[in-house]
Design a protein around this ligand. Structure first.
Ligand SMILES: *Cc1c(COP(=O)(O)O)cnc(C)c1O
Length: 382
């Protein structure tokens, strides 16, 4: 399918090409070189964190964070079921068990009351996920963690630039991870980062990222580590992206504002993205939920949009509903319901007002089309 409008698209119109050429011309293309530290510093500064450790993707960043905190076999980590699969997988890579909780409305991030209910003697950490770019209400989570002696790891893959009570996502909790996959707020192709305020933890993260090699003795490995290093080429792209982070974020905000303007008169049909009074949303994906009385199949709307040349995406399937995690047979009503009714609209820095108006017009037409499909399949009264 060739789309006229993609749901996400990287925006590479800064110094990306020049810095990548610099890597090629200087032959610093592997995981040493000036751009790596520079990129780490730029991300640390941006989120007011003392330390940043770049990795080769967001999933390894999360695994590295959990491993560096010592999460291991027999441990439990509390994870919202409504997230991307990497959140739970990273826990499993440590040999630990993800214990799911539901999300709460209206911002679809994990529910503190449910977190408390799931704490056991095995719980080691709570993973908070600022879904689609809305920060998590972290103060209650940090309090719970403190009271029970737990770590807080934030999977902020989608939330670079989001703020909680004026503080940057990335400055709170024990470790915060980001992803720089091609559809995220900024991209390095594939890439990730762990940020932390804790210097000792940062040293552990670096040690484990680089095969557990001793910082003082070459080729001497003190423990089983990983190769989760980022290349200088990826970091070069990251530096160019970070130079324009304010631009990337303000463009997304503008796109979101246009969506709100065009769709607010239809809020009888959709729940539009919510921004709590304490939150600064970074609008990774402008995600709306079709209200219950709207009698259409979400996937029919997605298909109709596709025929109109517009790529959209469904909300994540709750992790407990998928084969690796079906051992959890609890019900998570918010996640289950929203996963079936949610659609993310194209959200990226390259969209114009004309594009956004086109998407909204075609969305309304798709809803009408999907409604008439539903009606024509209803059994007729005798
Ligand atoms: C994208 C994403 C990840 C994983 O990032 P990768 O760089 O693709 O490995 C993890 N968690 C969430 C919530 C994400 O959206």
């Amino acid at each position: 399918m060739s789309y006229k409008i993609h749901v996400a698209e990287p925006c590479l119109d800064g110094n990306e090409k020049a810095y990548v050429m610099d890597c090629l011309e200087s032959s610093w293309i592997s995981s040493r070189g000036k751009y790596i530290e520079q990129f780490e510093e730029m991300v640390a500064d941006f989120c007011s964190a003392r330390h940043a450790v770049a990795t080769n993707n967001g999933t390894t960043a999360l695994h590295l964070a959990l491993a560096a905190l010592g999460v291991g076999p027999g441990d439990e980590v509390i994870v919202p079921t409504l997230s991307y699969i990497a959140s739970a997988n990273a826990v499993r890579y440590c040999g630990a068990t993800p214990v799911f909780v539901d999300s709460c409305l209206p911002h679809l991030t994990l529910d503190p009351a449910q977190v408390v209910a799931k704490i056991t003697s095995k719980t080691r950490a709570i993973m908070s996920v600022p879904l689609y770019g809305h920060p998590v209400d972290l103060d209650p989570i940090l309090e719970i963690a403190e009271a029970h002696g737990l770590f807080v790891v934030e999977d902020a893959a989608e939330a670079l630039g989001a703020k909680y009570r004026g503080r940057s996502v990335g400055s709170l909790g024990n470790c915060v991870t980001f992803s720089f996959f091609g559809n995220k707020i900024i991209t390095t192709g594939e890439g990730g980062m762990v940020v932390t305020q804790d210097g000792e933890l940062a040293n552990r993260l670096r040690l484990l990222r680089g095969q557990g090699v001793s910082p003082t003795r070459r080729y001497w490995h003190t423990e089983v580590g990983f190769n989760y290093r980022m290349t200088n080429i990826c970091a070069a792209i990251g530096c160019a992206q970070m130079e324009r982070i304010d631009y990337h974020l303000s463009r997304r905000r503008e796109v979101a504002d246009w969506y709100f303007e065009a769709l607010k008169r239809h809020d009888d049909l959709f729940v539009l993205p919510y921004q709590a009074s304490w939150a600064h949303h970074c609008y990774w994906m402008f995600t709306l939920i079709m209200r219950d009385h709207v009698d259409v199949q979400r996937d029919a709307v997605i298909q109709s949009m596709e025929r109109r040349g517009i790529e959209t995406r469904p909300v994540f399937y709750p992790m407990h509903s998928m084969p690796p995690y079906q051992y959890d047979t609890n019900r998570y009503p918010v996640a289950d319901r929203y996963a079936l009714r949610g659609i993310s609209l194209p959200t990226h820095a390259g969209l114009s007002r004309v594009d956004v108006d086109f998407v909204c017009r075609e969305l309304m037409a798709s809803i009408r089309e999907a409604t008439s499909q539903m009606e024509s399949t209803l059994p007729r009264a005798a």
